[in-house]
Design a protein. Structure first.
Length: 320
């Protein structure tokens, strides 16, 4: 289903290269991926880019920063922005400052872009989904991306569900899909392309993200931390890179995992230090695969009580 839109010119993100002169038919635009926590936004971004640039886990609020993924095909450059899941709970009290910071990131991202992809699970629409839907800017074309279509038991239920979604918001497009299927990912790109403004590219043709290797290292440590601690560890923990040195095909990295309580430190370290060793080992192996380089990784764990409620600590740890 189509609707007519006049997309505004894209805002240039931080770190973007000076655009090249416009060529005939060249398009470039910013596309926000938004949705409730743990709906699959990072998985979709990684599928679109074709490489892991945004971490994933079953723990809500895994993504905490605005992650940019860049896809350049033919004359079109898509600059996708993966956002944190909008946090409805705990806006005050423990972790309140962190949650408010994450929500500001979501809202500012939607204000900057040309197109919004509203991600939901096909056939489902929860109160959390409705609260995020209410935040969509009225002046931006929004597309309903109904993900996880492959796990839906009855495909025929999608059509009446899409009708109810049409009544909820004037979506420019409806895209039932599965982020695990390359054909569906390519179809989504083809649907988004006409909504990108005609303007020069913001990045080089081979760019995949505007995030640094240093940032990726901290994110992957946090991903392994969440995956290996499960529900034991509250999500109020973060990772700080203390040292990042490049020596040819060697990377030397030292990082600190910051937790709120002594008990959390014990959870991360594990019996005899085994859990911390596994976090480091799995992170190192994945970084070596991504970079095709040797990685030496040192991990430490420190307690910083109340860091997630302290605006100064949040800024020092890289939260905008």
């Amino acid at each position: 289903m189509n609707a007519e839109h006049e997309p505004p010119a894209a805002a240039e993100p931080d770190g973007a290269a000076d655009p090249a002169p416009t060529t005939a038919g060249q398009r470039c635009g910013l596309v926000a991926i938004v949705g409730r926590p743990n709906v699959g936004k990072s998985t979709l971004l990684n599928a679109l880019v074709g490489q892991k640039i945004s971490i994933t886990s079953k723990k809500a609020q895994t993504t905490r920063h605005r992650i940019t993924g860049i896809v350049t095909q033919d004359a079109a450059q898509f600059v996708f922005v993966d956002t944190p899941g909008f946090q409805m709970k705990h806006m005050s009290g423990q972790g309140g400052a962190l949650n408010r910071t994450l929500n500001r990131t979501v809202l500012s991202s939607m204000g900057d872009v040309d197109v919004v992809l509203f991600l939901v699970e096909a056939g489902r629409f929860s109160l959390q989904d409705a609260k995020v839907l209410a935040l969509l800017p009225p002046d931006k074309p929004a597309m309903l991306v109904a993900n996880k279509l492959d796990v839906l038991r009855r495909r025929q239920d999608v059509l009446p569900w899409l009708k109810t979604m049409q009544d909820r918001h004037p979506f420019a497009e409806f895209v039932p899909m599965s982020a695990t299927k390359p054909d569906d990912v390519q179809r989504l790109l083809s649907i988004v392309k006409p909504y990108l403004p005609e303007q020069p590219w913001l990045y080089e043709e081979d760019a995949l993200t505007d995030r640094t290797d240093r940032f990726l290292a901290s994110e992957l440590i946090r991903e392994k931390l969440f995956r290996l601690t499960g529900d034991e560890l509250p999500y109020n923990c973060t990772v700080v890179i203390d040292k990042f040195e490049e020596e040819g095909r060697l990377r030397r990295i030292a990082a600190t995992i910051v937790v709120e309580r002594d008990a959390h430190k014990g959870m991360v370290i594990g019996d005899g230090g085994e859990r911390l060793k596994r976090i480091g080992s799995e992170t190192r192996q994945e970084l070596e695969r991504l970079w095709d380089a040797k990685v030496f990784l040192e991990l430490w764990v420190k307690v910083r009580s109340g860091w997630a409620d302290n605006e100064a600590h949040l800024r020092s740890y890289g939260y905008e």
